[in-house]
Ligand binder design. Sequence first.
Ligand code: CP
Ligand code: NVA
Length: 303
Amino acid sequence: MKKDLLSEYDLERSDYEAVFERSHYLKRLLREGKEHTPLKGKTLGMIFDKSSTRTRISFEVGMYQLGGVALFLSSRDTQIDRGEIIADTARIMSRYLNGIMIRTFSQASVEEFAHYATIPVINGLTDLLHPCQLLSDLFTIIEKRGGYEGLKVAYVGDGNNMANSWINAAAKLPFRLDLACPAGYDPDAAILKRGMAEAPAGVILHRDPAEALRDADVVYTDVWVSMGQESERETRLQRFKGYQVNQALIDLARKDVLVMHCLPAHRGEEITAEVIDGPRSVIIDEAENRLHVQKAVMEILMQ
Ligand code: CP
Ligand code: NVA
């Protein structure tokens, strides 16, 4: 694996498999109550420019379980918000810390940070990508279905960071990805073009969610208003009508379909309460897996 985890596209199939194998192992060790502290004496810095429940807690707890400590660094309380440049921040932090997780707006900022940092940098979500979530999602699918090869994943809703991450993974791994997004809310054009050209099992963009959902093994959705888009809320709620993951749509998928969502969810908007709390939903396991998968990533990158 490379020094950093910035994009799913930087991972080869063997990297994905290494993360999944290690995640299984770490999850089992934790279940058995066995101590495993390969990161003893190490420190992870966590820079947050956006809110978080799962990412913050799973990284912090994961680091603790691996024997290290995590520092929560809100940009408001550091010199970052007062204009200290990325190059200086990255070089200085590299002298204190053993790894950095960053959640921010711009993917370019995380890449610039990684360029100057001499320690591993992990993307904890940008406007463009959410690789830690995507790895946990695939790991959950493997747990539930034994693998991802040959499966059909349907992504319904906004062509946002999660959609882009799914396309990047489909460019490397043999599962088919059918997206359904309303016009004007497509995934990133360059990522989509590359994904369509390179995906071993195919990436298709539909307008009609029913087409994407038909016979799907997995149905995935995410919020219609991502962090930073709050001012577009009313327009978005109008434009996404018809893209709600509800029982009628789920009935088009396979009977054993897995319903997934990165969370937080807005019940009654992108997904109904009935579906998110229903028998096909694996969202709570999916959220738990953030912990195991990120521990695997940290162990691989920071040991
Ligand atoms: N899915 C996810 O990243 O959740 P948080 O925003 O709570 O970290
Ligand atoms: N698309 C969402 C994901 C949250 C985990 C957002 O960026 O707000």
